[in-house]
Design a protein around this ligand. Structure first.
Ligand SMILES: [Zn+2]
Ligand SMILES: [Zn+2]
Length: 581
């Protein structure tokens, strides 16, 4: 599975004195029945052959062309055009539906009965299939759990895969599809779907694990090695409230075969692998040692020594080895090491990141007669399984750039065009572009907002990862804070998504305040002796007053920088780092 981009957390302070009235909405949330999947995502083909029995498949040679029947067709990508073999005209889009076979000349042909749209970009064919969610889930079972014996384990994995898909569904929204077919999303192997896998996926149709009214971040991995990892190590701060991903010991997988592994990597290969990921070791790499472990015992930070020592996060280290030397060389982050001449010897246990469901443990549970519900309850404690949201009943409205979650679409729908427009304005005023879709979650009561975010009631909004959580629309309107809150949080998303890792909080916060032209912020900036103190106050303010002062100090500092160096230059620093002082 993969890493998320760096986490951030921000909260806008405003004065709110709201009455708290519990409310409940009772409509079922929309469940996506079809998904759009980009096939051959990692290696898009430049040519494709399509074949069908007469009368079985249909073809459109452009978006608005009439339907013709498909028997045999060869395509080749040239630039952004698709060349049809034997025809002089080229086209930009082809649509196929019915029952057909598609082959790229590389690997077995795909026999499919779902519609595909084919486009071309830089001489590569971009092939997007629209398929039923349950077919996607069966394809993920084939790709991720091929050898499982227990039906109950496979059913647990089907629910996990569906939940994971729904949680992370907006990853490729900008490119016009939902999921790619690689492990970046979930490993999809359509050719490996068997009637058994299809039947097991369908027997759990629509079942999803819910937490806080949302599909859970249902991470899974091959083998935890005896203790799962706490979700925050791969989620960062983006999902602070994911207690179902807490670390716990796994009494099942340890009954299976040993998960120990050993691997030797030369210092030189290691240095090259790190360099390829932008981690420069000064001089020649001499040694590697663990600097800090997580509570489960996995490596959180390493010290890599050349002529000087640098600290490297364990996740980045494993990513570098995996991508550049091979994923089998460092199966997990749970290991010890020693230097042996010019080689480093790693000895470890487990396979994968260790967060969420342990596949080996789940298989042991299934073989011991546990039900898929028991397996899911063991690995995702505190989630609830159901075909619709439990507790909070989110409904989803979306524009191209914003996904709005609300319990009361009629009241909150005004936020969708408002947020979309504000994001566009923020993009054009900064020259920065937001990559992906912003999620906007509007709670229908102040109490629900507080429960879900852990923020006090005087915080108007809280932003984590790609989700902005807002107090009820009318609460914000009553305090005339709706526009300013929304603008502030959207600017945060934009600023954070472009911030160079390590950019100090006071600078990001001050820049957002400057860009949102916040007024009403206290001019009392005298209380902080340095930027570290401002950071501390922003991160964990002792009071509302202190937070207000910290905002003012951060803003004043950024305004000063902009007056001296110009706005464009200061925005550039966001992406490239602040100049040394
Ligand atoms: Zn993907
Ligand atoms: Zn395990």
């Amino acid at each position: 599975m993969r890493l998320l981009r760096s986490a951030f957390s921000a909260a806008l302070f405003i004065w709110i004195f709201a009455s708290v009235k519990p409310q409940h909405a009772g409509t079922a949330s929309g469940f996506p029945r079809t998904v759009r999947v980009r096939l051959w995502y990692l290696q898009p083909p430049s040519a494709l052959k399509l074949k069908a029995e007469p009368g079985q498949a249909k073809l459109r040679k452009c978006g608005i062309c009439a339907e013709a029947s498909l028997t045999l067709l060869s395509l080749r990508a040239t630039g952004s055009q698709i060349q049809l073999l034997g025809e002089t005209q080229s086209t930009t889009e082809i649509r196929v539906s019915g029952l057909y076979e598609a082959s790229t000349g590389n690997g077995p042909p795909l026999r499919a009965d779902f519609p595909v749209t084919i486009r071309s970009n830089q001489g590569k064919l971009l092939i997007t299939a629209t398929m039923p969610m349950e077919e996607y889930v069966a394809g993920v079972l084939a790709g991720e759990t091929g050898s499982f014996k227990s039906d109950e384990t496979l059913k647990a994995m089907a629910v996990t895969a569906r939940t994971y898909a729904m949680h992370f569904g907006a990853r490729h929204a900008l490119d016009g599809f939902d999921f790619c077919d690689s492990t970046h999303c979930q490993n999809l192997r359509l050719a490996g779907i068997t009637p058994r896998l299809r039947k097991l996926a369908e027997s759990t149709t629509g079942e999803v694990l819910w937490y806080d009214g949302e599909p859970a971040a249902a991470y899974y991995h091959a083998n935890c090695g005896g203790t799962t990892e706490d979700g925050r190590y791969i989620l960062g701060n983006t999902e602070q409230r994911a207690p179902y991903l807490n670390q716990h010991s796994d009494t099942y997988c340890i009954r299976s075969a040993s998960s120990q592994w050993r691997s030797e990597i030369s210092k030189q290969d290691l240095q090259h692998a790190l360099a390829a990921e932008g981690i420069a070791v000064p001089g020649k790499l001499r040694s590697v040692a663990v600097a800090k472990r997580t509570a489960s015992g996995r490596v959180e930070f390493l010290t890599v020594a050349g002529t000087q020592s640098i600290t490297v996060p364990g996740l980045a280290f494993r990513l570098a080895v995996g991508r550049n030397i091979g994923w089998d060389r460092m199966k997990s982050n749970w290991y010890d090491m020693r230097v042996n001449g010019n080689r480093i010897v790693f000895q470890g246990r487990g396979s994968g990141h260790g967060v969420g469901l342990c596949q080996v443990g789940a298989e042991v549970m299934g073989e011991e007669g546990r039900s898929y519900r028991e397996i899911l309850a063991y690995y995702y404690p505190g989630t609830r399984m159901g075909v619709s949201a439990q507790g909070t009943q989110w409904q989803q409205l979306s524009s191209e750039d914003v996904v709005l979650f609300t319990e009361r679409p009629q009241r909150d729908c005004v936020l969708l065009p408002l947020a979309t427009q504000m994001m566009h304005d923020a993009e054009s005023s900064t020259g920065l572009l937001y990559n992906g879709a912003v999620k906007l979650k509007v709670y229908s009561t102040v109490a629900a907002f507080r429960d879900a975010t852990g923020e006090p009631g005087w915080i108007a909004a809280s932003t984590r990862g790609d989700t902005i959580r807002l107090q009820p629309t009318e609460t914000l309107k009553d305090s005339s804070a709706l526009d300013s809150t929304l603008r502030h949080e959207l600017l945060h998303m934009l600023v954070e998504s472009h911030a160079k890792p390590g950019t100090p909080l006071w600078f990001r916060e001050g820049l957002v305040l400057y860009l949102s032209q916040a007024d009403g912020v206290s001019k009392n900036t005298a209380t902080f002796t340095n930027t570290d103190a401002v950071n501390r106050a922003l991160r964990s303010p002792a009071s509302e007053v202190e937070l207000r002062q910290a905002y003012a100090a951060a803003q004043a500092r950024v305004v000063q920088m902009i007056t001296k160096n110009g706005r464009a230059e200061v925005i550039r620093w966001l992406q490239e780092g602040l100049p040394k002082q």
